[in-house]
Design a binder for this molecule. Structure first.
Ligand code: BGC
Length: 889
């Protein structure tokens, strides 16, 4: 066996592919391992047609008109990419120029337009989640959408809500918004709205179970891991943000790399046909993750609509001109393996999404290249011989987005600890600053492709979720602008320092990084497998040493997720700690304005900070069995993060939602209102109207529809949907003879179903979103005059009635509201919270429905400023609220 490290043209990511030398077609060495009992991906066929939801019907009507004129090769051409590096964007679909349908450009990533220039590097998802500010999250989405549109990208490959963050060491948790389904759902939906209001198709990803990076991908010798998740945890945790995304109208969904309950995500009929397209009633398109498609017909039948970037990887390597779809899908339709109605549905879903976002009107084509920064270059760098042309037009799309980027970075800053009135600092204190994380990477802010080094300030993690910085406002420059007396030691080893005076303040910058498995950074393979929850570069020791020397120490932590702060948190001189998350380009003033009290911190932890990693169960650790298919079994069920800690009475160091302010908030006047009376199960779903897909012709098309156009000049290795005439004729003959050889999966059926009871258009049974209760309350800033004004946050957690027959977590976040403005001392504001039927339901695995366990029972809705600081409680039965109470944990 040999390892090939394939380097692609400059600026492209390198792929490490492991395959058998000399084997014409390597086969999988390790067959699938059995999935543990009880974890099932039951067959679900056929793919429900799209086009039956009212809010999509106008787009489907137009799409049907267009698709009905397409040849088989044209329909197929839009369902897959033209190959890795075969276009300007990270994914490029085929086009139908005859009917005015352009190639569509798909581009990463969640925090900004990846691998290009003149953009904004926004704060990461985890930072955005820490703001708990719905309006601001929407505004960030608007700005991101404007930039994707400005660059001519049709798809925004975000938001990322899976991983949910189940594993504290998980490499990509930072791309999402925090370890709670409701936080992910609200932030994801606001992002989708913001982006899509600009006409860009958002892509919520990765569906589902991509909770670790190690062994996430199928490759020729290794099966990706199987995430084994029970039905209830799927519904109540992992699918929840996707349901809200569908409800928000998301145009596209990306399947994950891994398997779920033993079946690969891109061909998992239970997940794609069953949960996504029938239960959630999703009307848009589902794409693979990059190179995740491992079968052609199987994935089509299981509900996949788009293969990205188009190449195969299961049996071959990318860039060799092979595809599971394109010409192969054409063949499979002609020979009768893939039913024509499935292809009609795939193509119509894609075209309808394009219309739904208004991209048929004045949508700009891509004006950038994610392959090179040069103005001209190969148009298809993946081809050996490519025509050359203009690839970068350097369009500046930044507008004034730095304002919203800074606002997010700032509102996320989370004050963990503030002894007495240590913070805010005075600008007259002499400052001694330690740690390389305070400064921009001295070798250049974009010196490492996709941020694959942790050098200097950590503003984002690494991998496809990163973007180039246009500039970086680093904290040290900002500190120097504000304070006359700053001494900076750009080192992570504690240096020799002058003997401190009592006034001296030490600020220590440390960080913790992670990213995508396609790269290894300082021995961390995406996940934090090597560094764990410790600070990188001996950061914990740097803090300890500074605390030995100085009596006033402020720690600034830039981090991808939870970190353990025990080595120094109780040291008497560590007087202040701020988690600045991953701030993106606006890392400087956003932070220092808080340090010096121009603005009060208002960020809250989007995860718990445990005392020790061992406080979590073993199932939340990384798993690895390299010689077989790794089984990642979610035996903890619903109990992750604070849900687990609360159930087991384990006190974290800082609880989920924790975040201090310079202001002081007090809640009063709480009122609960019953809006829609609850019943045990929701009112019946509306029935599914017939889909217009049924009106399209389902006869196997003529072979000539698949022929290469005469005299067509092919680019070697580019993926086309046409077939050589003889191959098309042979396939057609098989189809015409009704002689299909394809072994249809167990449970296969071609009969459209009425849809499950819990299902409905756009997210599920609409009654699940009936508002059951609202709570309004007043928050007042009781801080003494002259303290910095601050924004207040109310978090609302539901506790299910006692005595019900379902095991439920002690409390679960269900809504939150932040004041629009910072409140001055003495000022107050009204906050509104709302609770839908779904928020008060459990997923009943036997009834296969959302059930309110005790509609007359006493739900307790706790409100406060952190999961362990909930001084207000309202009761659903008596409609009474109490204030000044001790919370449930
Ligand atoms: C990542 C996706 C990303 C895609 C395209 C994959 O490796 O998992 O999140 O959108 O690459 O770059």
């Amino acid at each position: 066996m040999v390892i090939f490290n394939m380097e692609y043209p400059s600026g492209l990511r390198s792929l490490s592919l492991l395959f058998l030398a000399g084997a014409a077609s390597a086969s999988v060495l390790h067959p699938r391992d059995p999935v543990p009992d009880g974890y099932v991906a039951a067959p679900y066929y056929p793919t429900p047609y799209g086009g039956w939801s009212d809010d999509w019907s106008a787009s489907y009507e137009k799409a049907i008109k267009l698709v009905s004129q397409m040849t088989v090769a044209e329909k197929v051409n839009i369902t897959a990419g033209t190959g890795l590096y075969m276009g300007r964007c990270v994914g490029n679909t085929g086009s139908v120029p005859r009917l005015g349908l352009p190639q569509l450009c798909l581009q990463d990533g969640p925090l900004g337009v990846r691998t290009t220039d003149n953009i904004t590097a926004f704060p990461a998802g985890i930072t955005t989640g820490a703001t708990f500010n719905k309006d601001l999250i929407y505004q960030r989405g608007v700005a991101i959408g404007e930039e994707f549109r400005g660059k001519g990208a049709n798809f925004y490959l975000g938001p990322c809500v899976g991983p949910l963050g189940r594993k504290p060491r998980g490499g990509r948790n930072w791309e999402g918004f925090g370890v709670d389904p409701v936080l992910q759902a609200i932030a994801g939906a606001e992002t989708i709205r913001g982006v899509q209001d600009q006409g860009v198709i958002a892509t919520i990803k990765h569906l589902i179970g991509n909770e670790q990076e190690l062994y996430r991908m199928y490759n020729p010798v290794q099966q990706a891991y199987s995430s084994n998740i029970d039905d209830r945890a799927i519904h109540e945790l992992y699918l929840w943000p996707f349901a809200e995304g569908v409800k928000a109208g998301v145009g596209s969904v990306m399947a994950s790399y891994n398997a779920i309950n033993g079946s690969a995500a891109s061909q998992n009929s239970y997940i794609l046909n069953g949960l996504l397209k029938d239960e959630l009633g999703f009307q848009g398109l589902v794409m693979t993750d990059w190179l995740a498609q491992i079968s052609g017909v199987g994935s089509a039948l299981a509900g996949l609509d788009m293969s990205m970037p188009g190449d195969t990887v299961g049996n071959n390597i990318p860039l060799d001109g092979y595809s599971n779809w394109q010409y192969e899908l054409t063949r499979s339709v002609l020979n009768g393996s893939v039913p024509v109605d499935r292809l009609n549905d795939m193509a119509t879903r894609i075209v309808a999404t394009w219309y739904q976002l208004g991209q048929d009107k004045d949508y700009p084509p891509p004006n950038f290249s994610s392959n090179t920064a040069d103005p001209t270059g190969p148009l298809y760098p993946g081809a050996v011989f490519s025509p050359v042309g203009v690839v970068n037009e350097y369009v500046n799309v930044q507008g004034d987005h730095k304002v919203v980027a800074k606002q997010v970075a700032q509102e996320a800053v989370t004050l963990l600890k503030n002894n007495g009135s240590f913070l805010p600092l005075s600008t007259s204190s002499p400052l001694f600053v330690f740690g390389t994380d305070a400064q921009a990477d001295p070798e250049g802010i974009n010196s490492c492709t996709d941020k694959t080094c942790n050098r200097g300030l950590l503003g984002m993690g690494w991998g496809s979720g990163s973007a180039n910085y246009p500039y970086l406002d680093d904290p040290i420059s900002s500190l120097k602008r504000k304070v006359a007396n700053v001494t900076y030691f750009a080192t992570d080893s504690f240096p020799t320092v002058p003997t401190p005076t009592e006034d001296d303040v030490a600020i220590v910058f440390i960080n913790s990084d992670s990213g995508e498995n396609s790269y290894t950074v300082e021995n961390n393979h995406g996940d934090r497998d090597s560094d764990g929850l410790k600070a990188w570069h001996n950061g914990d020791e740097l803090v300890q040493k500074a605390a030995e020397k100085y009596s006033n120490v402020l720690v600034i932590y830039h981090t991808v997720g939870p970190v353990v702060v025990e080595p120094w948190i109780d040291l008497p001189s560590v007087k202040g700690v701020l988690i600045a998350h991953l701030p993106g380009q606006e890392a400087g003033d956003s932070l220092t304005e808080i340090i010096f009290g121009e603005v009060s911190p208002s960020g809250h932890l989007p995860y718990s900070i445990p005392v020790s990693e061992d406080d979590y169960p073993k199932s939340l650790s990384l798993v690895s069995t390299p010689l077989s298919q790794t089984q990642d079994t979610y035996s903890e069920g619903l109990y992750i993060d604070y849900r687990y800690l609360n159930k087991n009475n384990i006190k974290p160091r800082y609880a989920f939602g924790h975040g201090l302010s310079y202001a002081n908030f007090s809640f009063s006047n709480a009122k609960i209102t019953r809006v829609t009376p609850l019943t045990e199960t929701p009112p019946a779903r509306p029935s599914k109207p017939e889909s217009p897909i049924a009106s399209l012709n389902t006869t196997i098309p003529a072979a000539s529809e698949a022929y290469y156009p005469e005299g067509f000049d092919r680019i070697w290795r580019y993926l086309y949907s046409w077939l050589p005439n003889a191959e098309a004729d042979t396939a057609y003959a098989i189809g015409a003879a009704g002689d299909k050889k394809y072994p249809y999966p167990e449970g296969y059926s071609s009969e459209q179903k009425p849809g499950p009871a819990a299902g409905g258009p756009s997210g599920g049974n609409p009654a699940l979103w009936d508002v059951a209760y609202t709570i309004s309350l007043t928050v007042i800033n009781t801080a003494k005059q002259d303290t910095t004004p601050g924004k207040a946050l109310a978090q609302a957690y539901v506790q299910f009635p006692e005595g019900i027959s379902y095991d439920t977590p002690v409390i679960q976040l269900r809504d939150f509201a932040k004041t629009g403005d910072a409140l001055k001392p003495g000022e107050s504001a009204q906050l509104e919270l709302s609770f839908a039927r779904k928020d008060l339901s459990v997923w009943d695995t036997t009834r296969q429905n959302w059930v309110v366990p005790d509609p007359e029972g006493k739900y307790k809705i706790w409100v406060g400023s952190a999961s362990d600081d909930l001084p207000v409680v309202c009761y659903s039965d008596t409609l009474v609220c109490e204030e000044g109470v001790t919370g449930p944990i």
